[in-house]
Design a protein around this ligand. Sequence first.
Ligand code: HEM
Ligand SMILES: *[C@@H]1O[C@H](CO)[C@@H](O)[C@H](O)[C@H]1NC(C)=O
Ligand SMILES: *[C@@H]1O[C@H](CO)[C@@H](O)[C@H](O)[C@H]1NC(C)=O
Ligand SMILES: *[C@@H]1O[C@H](CO)[C@@H](O)[C@H](O)[C@H]1NC(C)=O
Length: 329
Amino acid sequence: MAAPPLLLLAFLTFLPFSFSQSKLSPDYYSKTCPQFQETMGHVVSEKQSTSPNTAAAVLRLFFHDCAVEGCDGSILISSTSFNKAERDAEPNLLLPGDAFDVVVRAKTALELQCPGIVSCSDILATAVRDLVSMVGGPKYSVPLGRKDGLESNAARVEGNLPSPTMPLSKIISLYASKGFSVQEMVALAGARTIGFSQCKEFSNRLFNFSKSSDSDPAYSHKYAEALKKLCANYTQDPSMSAYNDVMTPEKFDNMYYQNLQKGLGLLSVDQDLAVDERTKPFVDLYASNSTAFFQDFALAMEKLSVYKVKTDREGEVRRRCDHFNNVNL
Ligand code: HEM
Ligand SMILES: *[C@@H]1O[C@H](CO)[C@@H](O)[C@H](O)[C@H]1NC(C)=O
Ligand SMILES: *[C@@H]1O[C@H](CO)[C@@H](O)[C@H](O)[C@H]1NC(C)=O
Ligand SMILES: *[C@@H]1O[C@H](CO)[C@@H](O)[C@H](O)[C@H]1NC(C)=O
């Protein structure tokens, strides 16, 4: 009778890395931290109601975490004199403090209820799911049991994150290298139906765009004029930002795609998605059918949230989300 479990154990130990996600489960904490979901819900809704951009901020933070070393909370680690961490790499410098703050708040509450049990990476993945549905987006399931990563290295960031002026072919191959299709890439970009972008991220389209045109002629004329005014001072005041979705900036809906069809896409990459023959069919689909967008966004987020997760001894449950456990504070 003792043999089968032992065999099973041996088998699990040698399961290849890619099977990690099958070890996750929606009720991972149901015995060890039964209040997990409820506490997450409280913390997240309180934060969102006092800081309405939290949903967008956390959604972007999550993408930046998952794209580098998988969804393992590596982006939450603070740099030390020995280690420049992911969050201090150039593409992550704009990530808003509110996004980190909601994770810290949830971790603090959960450490009081069930010390040492809930990983920071599970907190982040769950916060995103709760926030997306709170601002009107689709609900999807997030299996739990992620362990927090043991590495966070700023040098690993470059090449793993898309930039707004990257050619679309490069963005497509970046996603492909992580196992995401063009359609999934377009669906995930719909996250920019909420939140802001700083002027420097699209100033190339506003000022001195080409010999014949100061601003990108693909912009609707009125939109370009308004953005120029908004961003007139951006070099002096780098915090100047525009809504990603100028029509319904705080609501998670399919307006992002409708905007792209009308010259109201903010970033270069937004405009590219609307015209490139590889991506335009999906932009048109999601612009006309919000059910299709919600379904595909939910599926793509489920897939993103288990991307390269670490389980068991591949990681740890951090005591503090911003430090590895083996660092003396
Ligand atoms: C196609 C590749 C992508 C590029 C080039 C890109 C680029 C950007 C840039 C430059 C910003 C402005 C950041 C700032 O100024 O603070 C931004 C904002 C944002 N992005 Fe993306 N992004 C991409 C994909 C994604 C994905 C996959 C998600 C999530 C699933 C996402 C979610 C967001 C959100 C929610 C914001 C608003 C953040 C805020 O208001 O704080 N993006 N993105
Ligand atoms: C615009 O670009 C041209 C050519 O690159 C350059 O000579 C000029 O100084 C630029 N003007 C501004 C306002 O940046
Ligand atoms: C731009 O900056 C100047 C000088 O700092 C200031 O007088 C002006 O009001 C600012 N304009 C906007 C739109 O913020
Ligand atoms: C919209 O998409 C959904 C989900 O894919 C599909 O079932 C439905 O038939 C579509 N509606 C229209 C009008 O095409």
